[in-house]
Write a new protein. Structure first.
Ligand SMILES: Cc1cc2nc3c(=O)[nH]c(=O)nc-3n(C[C@H](O)[C@H](O)[C@H](O)COP(=O)(O)OP(=O)(O)OC[C@H]3O[C@@H](n4cnc5c(N)ncnc54)[C@H](O)[C@@H]3O)c2cc1C
Length: 508
């Protein structure tokens, strides 16, 4: 834990008495070196940081707190983000119903462009090695008189960030400072040198430096935080300042993402509005491939695989890339492994498709497969390294971590951002509780409430995703494959267990 010079929990003593000076005496030193004081300073303007800001501003209990957000990217650009209606960003997340209801409760969901989001009600998950399958179909759980229940809602991260920024703007700028295009140059403990001011010796004091060429002449600004929130992602500077270690590892896997256009489904869905997400585990290739629906027969691809396979897929010309995606949902492991090693050049763009056509004739197709991918949106094929991290603790005096700063998990269950927004919901409630009960919002006792609510659920879900990743990375027909196939097969036949899993997928 970071060194704090004075006991943080000592009883409050007013500054005048603390410094043993008479009430009438004042010092007229330069003010320039004293930091501006804020109640909450949030580093990081990703979904978690902006979610926290919107939640605090939306609540009548916390809306008057003096808050600041520091983000190294350009928030004006994020607020003006726009794409053609039939174009979709490749950074897409599935929001669970509980995340959606949190976004509704803070008034942010209304600012999402709903023409760009897609609910799905059915999920088909199967093991490419053993063929065992589990399907999560909410339409079976719903009576004919109610709307079909949603498993998750797909949205581009940029659409969500823009919605949160619009909601924050809606709520006015009183007591709000947004430091966009700015980075945290340093964080240190404050001091207790000002007789007339509060004792800042346990307060984090940040030096905020503008980024970008136009800003080079601007003077860095110093701000002190009653509560400093790290929503600053996997390499969190706030976590480093608090000296909080993380446990974890790199998976040695990359997530290949892309925006795809799909063919019309072979049989129209029933009911017509039902949409399906597909995920096939490919043990021989290092992880699952998932195709998640977007509006108008588009889909987002997340294919977790080895860095070598990821590099190979990214190097392919579009027709070969599409053939590989379609093969991954249709062919058996041996055929797929063969195709992943095929020579490819831009002048020979049909060989993968020819190979798929030929091999598919001799392969019994799984019962539920996604419609064929027919096009890749230009510039959307990319890959991200997959990692697991969990901070040893989420809080320290006057500090709280949320989102990826606190935990990074394997994306196979699409839960990372959902966990981050659940942190934010919990922390904002903790702050509201402290304000309404006259407590210090940065005090460890206050923050304990947040930490105890979030640490275990996050560890449980992160651990479950890790276990799934490991189980589905054992190729061949051995005992692990048998256990996998029994597991999926049995769960699929036990309605109560399945219903329990479906509720968990919903985020309740
Ligand atoms: C391939 C892939 C697919 C995924 N799919 C899903 C999914 O379907 N569902 C889901 O729930 N999750 C998914 N996730 C996870 C999800 O994307 C992340 O959990 C989420 O984006 C994290 O949000 P965050 O706000 O915590 O962090 P980030 O989005 O990393 O934001 C951190 C912010 O802090 C800023 N920052 C960092 N350092 C500083 C500094 N020094 N000064 C100022 N600002 C700073 C950064 O610029 C950034 O804007 C996926 C992840 C991957 C890799």
């Amino acid at each position: 834990m970071r060194p704090i010079s004075r006991a943080v929990l000592r009883p409050y003593v007013c500054p005048t008495c603390r410094h043993g000076i008479s009430a009438g005496r004042r010092r007229f030193g330069s003010k320039s070196d004293s930091p501006d004081l804020y109640d909450v300073v949030c580093v990081g303007g990703g979904p978690a940081g902006l979610g926290l800001l919107a939640a605090l501003r939306a609540s009548p209990i916390t809306s008057k707190l003096k808050v600041a957000l520091i983000e190294s990217q350009d928030l004006r650009k994020a607020k003006a983000w726009d794409l053609e209606p039939n174009q979709f960003s490749n950074r897409v997340s599935s929001l669970t119903p509980s995340t959606v209801s949190f976004l509704r409760s803070i008034g942010a969901y209304d600012h999402l462009d709903v023409n760009r989001v897609q609910d799905y009600q059915d999920m088909q998950v199967w093991d490419g090695q053993t063929g065992s399958r589990i399907s999560f179909d909410w339409s079976m759980e719903t009576s004919p008189f109610e709307d079909m229940r949603t498993v998750a809602t797909m949205t581009e991260n940029a659409n969500l960030v823009r919605a949160l920024l619009r909601r924050i703007a809606d709520l006015g700028d009183e007591n709000l400072s947004l430091f966009s295009n700015a980075t945290v140059a340093s964080i240190e403990n404050g001091s207790d040198l000002k007789p007339e001011g509060p004792d800042l010796s346990a307060w984090p004091v940040l030096t905020v430096k503008p980024t970008g060429p136009a800003a080079e002449t601007e003077t860095p600004k110093r701000i002190a935080a009653r509560l400093l929130v790290g929503a600053d992602g996997i390499n969190s500077p706030v976590r480093s300042f608090a000296d909080i270690p993380t446990q974890g590892w790199d998976y040695g896997r990359h997530g290949v993402v892309a925006t795809l256009a799909l063919d019309e489904p072979a049989t129209p869905p029933f009911p017509a509005s039902k949409r399906t997400a597909y995920q096939r585990f490919l043990p021989a290739l290092g992880g699952p491939i998932a195709l998640l629906p977007l509006p108008d027969n588009h889909a987002t691809l997340v294919w977790s695989t080895t860095p070598e396979n990821a590099a190979y897929l990214k190097s392919l010309p579009t027709p070969a890339f599409l053939a590989m995606v379609n093969a991954a949902f249709r062919l058996d492991m041996t055929d797929l492994t063969y195709m992943m090693g095929m020579q490819s050049s831009s002048s020979d763009s049909t060989s993968h498709q020819d190979e798929l056509t030929w091999r598919a004739q001799h392969t019994p197709l799984p019962s539920q497969i996604p419609p064929a991918a027919t096009a890749v949106q230009a510039g959307t094929v990319a890959s991200f390294p997959l990692r697991f991290r969990h901070a040893a603790q989420y809080i320290s005096p006057r500090i709280a971590l949320v989102g990826d700063a606190a935990h990074v998990i394997h994306p196979l269950a699409g839960q990372g951002l959902n966990l981050g927004l659940a942190d934010v919901a919990s922390l904002s409630k903790t702050i509201q509780y402290a304000v309404s009960h006259g407590m210090d919002i940065g005090d460890l006792l206050t923050l304990e409430r947040y930490s105890s609510e979030r640490y275990l659920p996050n560890a449980k879900i992160g651990g479950a995703c890790d276990l799934l990743h490991k189980m589905y990375n054992v190729p061949g027909e051995g005992p692990v494959a048998l256990a996998r196939s029994l597991g999926l097969g049995v769960v699929d036949r036990l309605p109560f267990v399945k219903s329990f899993l479906m509720k968990n997928a919903e985020g309740y």
